[in-house]
Design a protein around this ligand. Structure first.
Ligand code: F6R
Length: 364
């Protein structure tokens, strides 16, 4: 049941802290503060490159995974949505890593991409929530997300669970490739293990998110912006808004705004940006100033450290705890999903069963 929540989506949003914790527990030894991967039938250190594929939200999780794996493990990663990947026939070297991500493990396009990768000699690792699924049976290894059943058609908790797994895989790959010493691993693992309590604190920002929702609910179009690992967070926010509120939303890498979408901006198109403190903060801030100068209403997700400077230009600022740059996309996803939920409440849409959508897309 819904445990007293109004919708499954609301219940599942509140499960983020627990789900992140349970998922990490499987992959981290708390005593040594090290990542412990399940036995793999191949050598992580020998992987020449990785190819990541998935659909929808799972694909956005994969985009963040690519960002991490390239940055920390220095392994080249190719990524595409499964419906494109399965027909692209990319030239893949034998012994590469085929990394699939799926909540259900039954998505037709992702399954077809898995089979295509296997046929050309990739080692298949799947990040799955349903461990008794078709994709699980056809993979060389399964990395489980411990999210429990996700009933809401719009995915929420599965996403942060997928990111938790991908973060651990990144650490394991970086260590295998000789790029992660014990101190660095301990710092990254500590940042991960702190996430459940930090995620709980995000819910203390509910009133500010609700205020933001009243502005978004009035709009016909919304622009989401983010840079680096926050770009997929923006994509996730825009998808969730479209899915459950039927408001048109688009996400752009913040630096692309001036190459076209800036012409959309006026006071009727709110700009929702995810801008935590960190190396990309100033760059994104200057993109927001450009939007502001054109009359855009800025609604910003940031952290405690980034908040003071954003309050000078933004109409709404939601500041969640400041965390290590590595784990920030996991935490920043939560308020963005809550925003979509709050807008859906204001619009009175069928949150758990949006029109035209099915939980598991088993046809092409
Ligand atoms: C978005 C959403 C969909 C799924 C996509 C993949 O809220 O739910 O975009 O993420 O259909 O589904 P799985 O993860 O089951 O392969």
């Amino acid at each position: 049941g819904k445990d007293g929540y109004r919708h499954y989506m609301e219940k599942e949003l509140h499960e983020h802290p627990v789900v992140i914790g349970q998922t990490l527990q499987r992959l981290i030894d708390p005593a040594t503060r090290r990542v412990v991967m399940p036995e793999l039938p191949f050598d992580l250190a020998a992987i020449p490159r990785a190819v990541v594929t998935a659909c929808g939200s799972a694909f956005y999780a994969g985009m963040i995974g690519r960002y991490w794996i390239e940055q920390y493990a220095r392994l080249p990663v190719d990524i595409d949505v499964a419906s494109e990947m399965r027909y692209r026939n990319p030239p893949l070297a034998q012994g590469g890593l085929g990394l699939l991500i799926s909540q259900s493990g039954e998505t037709a396009d992702t399954l077809a991409a898995l089979r295509g990768m296997r046929a050309v000699g990739q080692h298949i690792v799947s990040v799955l929530n349903v461990e008794q699924s078709t994709m699980a049976r056809e993979s060389d290894a399964v990395l489980g997300t411990v999210a429990g059943p996700e009933i809401s058609v719009a995915s929420t908790k599965a996403f942060t669970a997928q990111l938790s797994v991908l973060a651990c895989l990144t650490i394991a790959l970086a260590r295998a490739r000789g790029l992660m010493d014990g101190a660095m691993e301990e710092a990254m693992v500590t940042a991960l293990l702190d996430l459940p309590s930090k995620a709980t604190e995000v819910f203390e920002r509910h009133d500010e998110i609700r205020r933001m929702a009243t502005i978004v609910a009035e709009a016909r179009d919304v622009l989401y912006l983010g840079r680096g690992a926050m770009f997929p967070v923006a994509l996730e926010g825009a998808l969730k808004l479209k899915e459950i509120t039927y408001i048109h939303a688009e996400a752009y890498a913040a630096g692309e705004m001036k190459h076209g979408p800036i012409s959309l901006i006026d006071s009727s198109v709110p700009v929702v940006a995810t801008v935590p403190s960190g190396p990309l903060f100033d760059k994104t801030l200057s993109n927001l100033q450009e939007a502001r100068a054109r009359g855009g209403r800025l609604l910003v997700f940031t952290d405690m450290e980034g908040a003071p400077r954003l309050r000078e230009i933004a109409e709404c600022v939601v500041a969640i705890p400041t965390v290590d740059e590595f784990v920030a996309p996991i935490l920043q996803t939560i308020p963005v999903q809550i925003l979509a939920y709050e807008v859906a409440l204001l619009k009175g849409t069928d949150v758990d069963q949006p029109r035209n959508l099915a939980k598991s897309v088993t046809v092409e």
